[in-house]
Structures are given as structure tokens and as C-alpha cells.
Write a protein that binds this ligand. Sequence first.
Ligand SMILES: Nc1ncnc2c1ncn2[C@@H]1O[C@H](COP(=O)(O)OP(=O)(O)OP(=O)(O)O)[C@@H](O)[C@H]1O
Ligand SMILES: Nc1ncnc2c1ncn2[C@@H]1O[C@H](COP(=O)(O)OP(=O)(O)OP(=O)(O)O)[C@@H](O)[C@H]1O
Ligand SMILES: [Mg+2]
Ligand SMILES: [Mg+2]
Lengths: 165, 165, 163, 163
Amino acid sequence: MFLKNIELSGFKSFADKVTLEFSERISAIIGPNGSGKSNIVDAIKWVLGEQSVKSLRGKSMEEVIFNGTTTRKPLSRASVSMTLVNEKGLLPVAFKEVTVSRQLYRSGESKYLINNAECRLKDVIELFMDTGLSKGAYSIISQGQISSILTANPYDRRLIFEEAA
Amino acid sequence: MFLKNIELSGFKSFADKVTLEFSERISAIIGPNGSGKSNIVDAIKWVLGEQSVKSLRGKSMEEVIFNGTTTRKPLSRASVSMTLVNEKGLLPVAFKEVTVSRQLYRSGESKYLINNAECRLKDVIELFMDTGLSKGAYSIISQGQISSILTANPYDRRLIFEEAA
Amino acid sequence: AEKKFLETFRKVNKYFGELIAELFNGGSGEISLIDENDALESGIEITVRPPGKKILNIMSLSGGEQAMSAIGLIFALFKVKPSPFCLLDEIDAPLDDANLSRFLKMLKKFAEHSQFIIITHHKKTMAACDVLYGVSMEEKGVSKVLSVRISENNKNYSNELAG
Amino acid sequence: AEKKFLETFRKVNKYFGELIAELFNGGSGEISLIDENDALESGIEITVRPPGKKILNIMSLSGGEQAMSAIGLIFALFKVKPSPFCLLDEIDAPLDDANLSRFLKMLKKFAEHSQFIIITHHKKTMAACDVLYGVSMEEKGVSKVLSVRISENNKNYSNELAG
Ligand SMILES: Nc1ncnc2c1ncn2[C@@H]1O[C@H](COP(=O)(O)OP(=O)(O)OP(=O)(O)O)[C@@H](O)[C@H]1O
Ligand SMILES: Nc1ncnc2c1ncn2[C@@H]1O[C@H](COP(=O)(O)OP(=O)(O)OP(=O)(O)O)[C@@H](O)[C@H]1O
Ligand SMILES: [Mg+2]
Ligand SMILES: [Mg+2]
């Protein structure tokens, strides 16, 4: 399975819709400080079902919605869609391509979709269970997280091992 | 007042005696990963009276003594001497130059000296009190400490403000 | 469950040792259970000994040495159970030139079987990638993805993308 | 005591705002007491708004933006009460080229009145210094200070040192 593309709209600093198509091997994301690179990592975590606001660098989930600039008004909805190519059938669905989407409205309303069919957060989390992409895994290393991997207390470290087992 | 030089002997990876003379303006310390640059920062903290082993990246104070390599035996003593030029009489002593030294033996015995006269740790700490160089101050920023300055809980932040007051 | 965990643990330890020796061009490393009799609850200890040096606790390793150790652990877990893709945000930040080269050599090997997305400020790392995305904020506070540059070695791939 | 603290606090805040505007080439920043009525016990809040952006809590600023904010705070405290010397270990690590240049410009101004010792991996930072110390480990595990290079601009200083 690999990540084909991701689309962000209204998510953090991505006010306007942006699509990124990824290489099957190594893609690099570069740019100046504060331009939005780590926000892309947050978007990927979020669409995979991340529930911890701390892990998304915020104080409330509403903070993932574009909140405006000195010249632009805030938006009322954040939306992220991710398309994966399901070769080898790693994902427990019959499709060759799987698109997972998540939307959050300022009202607090959330939407989750798998291949355009509305579902629950639970279904998204279950879809990725046991793929190494779920919570606590070692496949998404956030900025600055390297030092905490080593300084984590010995019992917290178990989490990444249990994901691998 | 400025830092004229520092001498390390048996301190961490500085098995052999090394002396650094500093520029009055900006000195840079460069070198490969693991070569000993941050150990110099630890040496400066230590000779100023640092008592927290955590702040020196160790589990016990004995860990500041050179503990050997695959081809060299451990040493039994760590020694650091720092010479400051006391212009403007910022330090509460009558001398134009002040040399502070600290030694630690594997036996656990510690020695502190100011201008070659043995004294107590307390005297070293009092010498630097109110100069901005004491514990909790903002004049020595260790590797990785930048993020903790900002993520520190709001009450811990007070410490650096109180040092400035 | 205990059996499976221990089996996985031993594999990770084996790979960790091999990868550390590669990343440090020598030396050794291992992960161990603090309490061998309580595999399901025990904490995990990480030990790394760079070449020529004696083992000291991991906290007195330098910033760059710690990063290389963590990279060794992540790749060891990855080898035991590869995830579909791996996202690394500025993992190469504290590395000097020599360590950076060794990290990139290992990354390219792993990328033969897995997909990697790397955020970096290092030019050497950019040169090792197939696709480069430039994120920018021409309009302050609004992110744009401004350019996709495919490396010289991948002319076929770029035709695919263009077509 | 409370009076002195508040006086110092207001000075730091004033300088913090000025330095942030300089480091970010615009924008604003301030430090504030969480509980204004309890100055001696209250926690301290830090707010930074990069140019064009809206204030969000400091934790959602980027790695580089956080480093610039911390640099602004350290220099603001330094301005209120300069210490004899300032030791900075890889404080410039997360900065991109533009931020690095602004940081170095500010560093040189402060170095007119204070002594700085900087540990860095960035070539631009090395070029801004008067004296360069190279630490190395030719013999594994044993540190040596291998070279002192004085910058071209300081020929007088280097003669002094040599003599
Ligand atoms: N909800 C939001 N609305 C608008 N902007 C936001 C929102 N959340 C975060 N941001 C902005 O996004 C920026 C941070 O972006 P990000 O962390 O992705 O930067 P980066 O490219 O990774 O930079 P660095 O190289 O410094 O790590 C911050 O300036 C922050 O103010
Ligand atoms: N007591 C000791 N005896 C011998 N070596 C030690 C001792 N304490 C620490 N070291 C060694 O010093 C090295 C760390 O040095 P230091 O942290 O100064 O590196 P650095 O030059 O700052 O590197 P980086 O660029 O990665 O931050 C480690 O390899 C560690 O094993
Ligand atoms: Mg970032
Ligand atoms: Mg260091």
C-alpha cells in the first residue's frame, strides 16, 4: 500500500485547496520556517483519526480550521482527503484505491468518509489498525519527537513496540 | 566582566588537558556530532557550581569524570578552571582576574578554589549570584533547551524572569 | 501474547544492533527489558555504544548521536513490521555531514520497499529524493505548494506524472 | 519585591515586543502575567504573532518560529540585565536562511557590549564569529580542540593573539 495523494482545504494554514501527489519512493517537503510543512504532517495524522489535540499542536480540535490572517477571514470548515493504493490488499476493503476523508465544522460537527460513503471515526481507526499507521506507531515522526523517543520513560516506550508486535 | 579562558582536564570526553581562549566578542565552537562541544557547555555550568546531574546530562555526578574508551583507562579526577576578567568590578572580589576551579574525585571528594584558595561550593555560588550566571538564568542555553523555554509551564517560566529582576 | 511480544522484541533487538553498527560505522547497540520476568509490563532500556567509546547512559550521548540512535530504532521497528509509508519531520536536523550521508544511504535502501515522505532543510537530503515539494506563503499566513521538481534520475517517472 | 518584579517585567515586555518585530521583520509579541493581581506568584504567558498571521497559541507556531520567539525572549532578558557572557548551544539549528540572517544581525549588535560563545553547525553563523574553535576526536572518545581560526576582518586581533 502506498500514499497516492492528499488534499487539504481549510486545514490550518492551507486556506485554499492544495493537492500533493507523492512519489512511490522518497518525497521531500521543503520550504521556509512557518510555511506549512509540519501542518501537512498534522493533516495526515488527522485524516487517519488522530484525536489528541496536543499531538496536533493545538489546545482544541477547532484550531485545525483555518482561522484567518490580517487580510483574510477565518473559514468554517477544515477538510482533508487522503487516497491510498491498496495493492496486496493490506487494507481490509475490496477496493484497489481507498480514499479517506475527514471534515470538521466550526459548529463542532465532524464528518468521516471512506470512498465517499459516510462512516464513523471508529471505522476509519479500524481500517488502519494493524497497518503500522495507527496511534502510537513509529511511522509518523513529528518535528522534535526524536528526542522524546529516547528520553521517554521506559514504560512509555513500550507503546511503539506493542504496535510492532 | 568577560570569560578569558577555560581549562578542562579529565572532564567528560576531555581526557587530556585542553585550554580554550575566548574572543571578547563572538567565539564559535564547531565540530562533528559527539566530538565534545556540548561537554564544554557542561564544563562551564559545572565550574559555576551546577548541582543538578540532570542538567549535566548524567545520572550521577561521578559521570562527569572521564570514564575511559576501548583503548584508554578511566581517570580518577575531573578538573575545570575558568578565568574571568573582572573589569567594572562586577564580581565582589578585589582582583582584576578571577580564576574559579572545581575538581571531583572518584572517591566522591570535591574541591572548589577561587584564585587558588580552597573554598566551599557555597562561596562559588555566592560569587556569581546576581551576575546573571547563576542557576536558572538565561545566559547559558543548552542544546534542545529552546523548546522547553517555550513549552515550560507558565509557572516554571517565572524562574528566568526572577533572575532578571 | 507474551510469546509474540518477546519474539518481536528479539527481532527488533537484532535489527537494532545491525542498523546501529551501520549508522555509526561501528559500535554496538541493544534494547533490553528492564524486568525480564515481566515481559508484558516491563519498561524498555536502550543502550548505544558509538565506536571506540564506552557505554554511558543514552542521555549523555550528544544531540547528533541520540538522533542516529532513534533513527536506528525507528528503522529496526520498520524492518520487523513495515508500515505502508513513513513520514519523517526534520529527523535529520541535528546531523553533521558524515552522519547525514550514512542516514541517507540507509534511507535509500529502505525506500526500495517502502514509501518515505521527508521534511527537511538539508540540501543533501533534498538531493536524495525523487520528488521535491516546495511549500511557501507568498500571501502571508496562507500556504501554497509551489513546485514539484523531479530528480534527474527519474526521467521516466516525470513523463508519467506529466502525462 | 513585587514593585521591582513588575518594573522588570514591563521592561522585558517592551524589549520583547521590539526584538520580535526585528526578528520576524514585522509582527508583534508580548509577555503577560496570567494573573495580574498576583504578580509574585502568577505564571507567565508568551504570545507571538508573525507578520500577517493571526495570534494562535505559541504551541502551534512552527519549529523555526518558536526558536525565533525564544531568541527574542532571551535577548530581551539580556537587554534588561546583561550577563557577563552568553553561551548558546545550537540555538540556530531550526532556522532557515532568512531567519538565520536576522538572528546573526541581532547577535552582532548585542556582541558589541557582551561576549558570546556559540555552538553551531551552520556555516553562516561561523562566518559571523571572530574566533572559531574546532573540537574533534581523532582518537575515538577523546576530545581535542584542534584549531583556532580568526576571521579576516580581525587582523589586528589575530596579531594580538599571535603576539
Ligand atoms: N488554524 C490555523 N489557521 C491559520 N494558520 C495556522 C493555523 N494553525 C497553524 N497555523 C500556522 O501555521 C504555521 C506553522 O506551520 P508549520 O508548523 O507547518 O511550519 P513549518 O513549515 O513546519 O516550519 P518550520 O520549518 O519552522 O518547522 C504557523 O505560523 C501557524 O500560525
Ligand atoms: N564521562 C565521560 N567520559 C568519556 N566520554 C564521555 C563522558 N561523558 C560524555 N562522554 C561522551 O561525550 C560525547 C558527547 O559529547 P557532546 O555532547 O559534547 O557532543 P557534541 O559535540 O555536542 O555533539 P552534537 O553536535 O551531536 O551535539 C558522547 O559520545 C559521550 O559518550
Ligand atoms: Mg515544521
Ligand atoms: Mg551538542
